[in-house]
Design a protein around this ligand. Sequence first.
Ligand SMILES: [Ca+2]
Ligand SMILES: [Ca+2]
Ligand SMILES: [Ca+2]
Length: 293
Amino acid sequence: MRVNTFVVVCVSAGCALAPALMGDVVTIGAIKDNTLYEDPFGTISNGQGDGLFVGRTARTGLIRRGLIAFDVAASVPAGSTITKVELTMNVTRAHGSTATIRLHPALANWGEGASAAGSSSGGAGDTALPGDATWLHTFGYSQFWANAGGDYNPVSSATKGISGEGQYTWASTPSMVANAQSWLNTPTTNFGWLMRAATEVSGTAKRFATSEHLTAAWQPKLLIEYTPPPVCGSADFDGDGDSGTDLDIEAFFACLGGTCCATCGSSDFDGDGDAGTDLDIEAFFRVLGGGNC
Ligand SMILES: [Ca+2]
Ligand SMILES: [Ca+2]
Ligand SMILES: [Ca+2]
């Protein structure tokens, strides 16, 4: 009965903590981006250029596909649950009609070498240099895609209609969230997205600003909303160096009652944002018994 009394007190005292612990948001730039230029010899790329091209050009009749990756694991704590993902990119040149551009998870790692087509000539690309992705290569000129034009999941994660110049956002989808979650959980399989026009017909080519674009505001950005993993308290609740003693238990219940010592842990023992609940008490005794939070 005493425990329940403490719980009521602490729930009201701890409610203000809850919003700050839920739904963190981070916005990150791309770690790499490049363009696959349709080319039977695999000699064209644009690793450091300021334009990423998607669609089929009217002038050459050749396909362009984009590649873009974000280092989710470097910016989101391990163990987090991702709840929302948005990709924002800026079109710096657009010809022809509206093109539906899809994001497909890339299925092989790929490179961004030193090739750099000028801003005005980016549509034709530059000579691929070592490590550049090309129509044939994941990393030119020694490693190859299984399929010319890139290896990607045929099921797209998101689509967006792209018409004129300006900013576009691929709104969050469950597939985008699942992609980002897998990149967080298993960074070695983070190959980013391959961007392609849904129907690669002539005149659909669009140029997007890359992570190298001099105007930072136009560079690609990925917004990630996530719930951080719970952080459990310690069995040395009072912080005196001895774990799981009577003093720790007394300090824990004093904290539940609203009086935490200076070196004590939190009454939100299981770190879920709610302070002094039955879950906190259960977690405390699990940890005291040597178990996991
Ligand atoms: Ca690049
Ligand atoms: Ca202690
Ligand atoms: Ca809690």
